[in-house]
Structures are given as structure tokens and as C-alpha cells.
Design a protein around this ligand. Structure first.
Ligand SMILES: NC(=O)c1ccc[n+]([C@@H]2O[C@H](COP(=O)([O-])OP(=O)(O)OC[C@H]3O[C@@H](n4cnc5c(N)ncnc54)[C@H](OP(=O)(O)O)[C@@H]3O)[C@@H](O)[C@H]2O)c1
Length: 217
């Protein structure tokens, strides 16, 4: 799959490298000329390349958004026409003072992203953990892989996202439409507060266990 990453920092770099090594054609979008983070991320895999923003986005089937939440408006507005019909995987999280929801829980960050790129097919994914789990999603000794909860309104976009989630080492778990993004963002805050504030291990991940439904005879 042809994939473009906008943002090559703690989140974008490890995910892009994993997807490139899994066989995808992955390119970093250079949105502001020479970028130290893009240069550093490119060293992770010989399969990674970089291109100017418009070229990277135009040729991609899937675009990852991995920029600081506050940059989303300036990044997305100029390229919204290029994102028409494309899958946009939103990894960003609006985080406010004191690890609160950055949009006061009135609206999700992903719904704001949708308003900035109205004709893109938004999937919120790769947002509920810290970057440490993107660097290393392995959990030796466990029979399950860590769950990656994701949401979005477009069925086909979510199928593509689920495949990429598997390629990054997680179990995809579709939690519903984009209306669920607010709840995923609160899940992120829960993880961040537990790990960054309370001192739990950044290797903390959620798992999905299912008991078959019992038939009431
Ligand atoms: N860190 C985590 O553990 C984590 C986990 C899950 C989700 N997230 C979310 O993922 C997003 C990225 O986080 P991160 O930790 O990867 O951030 P980061 O390490 O600071 O990287 C941000 C990337 O975005 C680029 N960027 C910054 N401002 C930009 C702008 N105005 N226009 C275009 N590109 C810009 C940076 O490029 P330059 O280097 O050239 O400035 C860099 O490549 C955030 O929304 C965050 O909430 C973070």
C-alpha cells in the first residue's frame, strides 16, 4: 500500500518504519522544508523515503497524521483538496493543561480533523498508547497481542486501517463510528495519566478477552 506520513516524530517514525519493513511503500511528507525529525526517521529503514507534502499526499492511498494537535489546522487546510476520498489515519490527541481533554470534551479531536478535511475518510487509530508501544509492541509470555482500538465512519477505510494495525503488531478492535473518538481520547488520557503521572510502565497495553455469548435456552 502507498502510505504517506505527515509527522516523523516519536509516533510517526516507528510506525512508518514498521510499515515500510512490512512491505508498504512509505514516504514522509516534507511540509516545512528540511526537517531534523524526517532526517532522523529516514535512518530507521532503507525502504523509507521523503517527498514534498503535496506530492507525498497526492500519491498515497493512506495518509497518517502524526503532528502535534495544535498544528493540525495549518497542516490540513492547504491539503484538504488532496485528501478527498483518501483514508486519513488520525494519531493525534488534543491534550490540555493538567492532562485534560484539549477540547474540553465538547468535541473530539478527530471530529475537528474531519471538519478540516471534510472529504477524507478519517480513522482514529494508533492514539491510545504512548510511543513506547509503537517502538516495541511485543509482549513475551502473553498469548494475545495488545489491542489497538480504532474508530471511523467508513467501512473500507477501517478495513485498510485494520490491516495496517496488524502489520504494526497490534490486534485491531473496531469500536464504531467517529463518534467514538472522544471516548478513545479519554482512554488516551487515562493511559497517559497512569503512565506519565502515576509511574506505571510505558509498556502498559490493553488486551481484549471475549467470552462467547451464552444462548438462553
Ligand atoms: N508521544 C506519544 O507517546 C504519542 C502517542 C500517541 C499519540 N500521540 C499524538 O501523536 C501526535 C504526534 O506526537 P509525537 O510525540 O510524535 O510528536 P513529535 O515527536 O513532537 O513529532 C511531531 C512531528 O510533527 C512535525 N510537526 C510539528 N509541527 C508541525 C507543523 N506545524 N507542520 C508540519 N509538521 C509539524 C514535526 O516535524 P519537525 O521535527 O520538523 O518539527 C515532527 O515530525 C500528537 O498529536 C500526539 O498527541 C503521541
Amino acid at each position: 500500500m502507498k502510505i504517506a506520513f505527515i509527522g516523523a516524530g516519536k509516533v510517526g517514525a516507528p510506525l512508518a518504519a514498521r510499515l515500510a519493513e512490512a512491505g508498504h511503500e512509505v514516504v514522509f511528507a516534507e511540509s516545512r522544508g528540511a526537517s531534523a525529525s524526517v532526517a532522523s526517521a529516514l535512518t530507521r529503514s532503507k525502504r523509507l523515503t521523503s517527498r514534498p507534502l503535496a506530492e507525498a499526499v497526492s500519491t498515497a492511498e493512506v495518509v497518517f497524521l502524526a503532528t502535534p494537535f495544535g498544528a493540525n489546522e495549518s497542516v490540513l487546510r492547504p491539503i484538504a483538496p488532496l485528501l478527498v476520498g483518501k483514508v486519513l489515519i488520525d494519531c493525534t490527541n488534543p491534550v490540555g493543561p493538567g492532562l485534560t481533554h484539549g477540547l474540553r470534551s465538547e468535541r473530539s479531536g478527530s471530529e475537528m480533523v474531519q471538519s478540516l478535511a471534510p472529504e477524507a475518510k478519517i480513522v482514529k487509530a494508533f492514539s491510545i498508547y504512548g510511543f513506547e508501544n509503537f517502538e516495541d509492541p511485543s509482549y513475551p509470555g502473553y498469548e494475545t497481542t495488545p489491542a489497538m482500538l480504532f474508530c471511523g465512519d467508513d467501512h473500507r477505510a477501517k478495513e485498510l486501517a485494520a490491516d495496517l494495525i496488524v502489520d504494526c503488531g497490534f490486534e485491531p478492535f473496531d469500536v464504531g463510528g467517529l463518534v467514538q473518538a472522544l471516548h478513545l481520547e479519554h482512554m488516551t488520557l487515562l493511559w497517559v495519566r497512569m503512565v506519565r503521572a502515576q509511574g506505571h510502565s510505558p509498556g502498559l497495553a490493553w488486551g481484549v478477552l471475549r467470552r462467547p455469548k451464552q444462548n438462553k435456552a
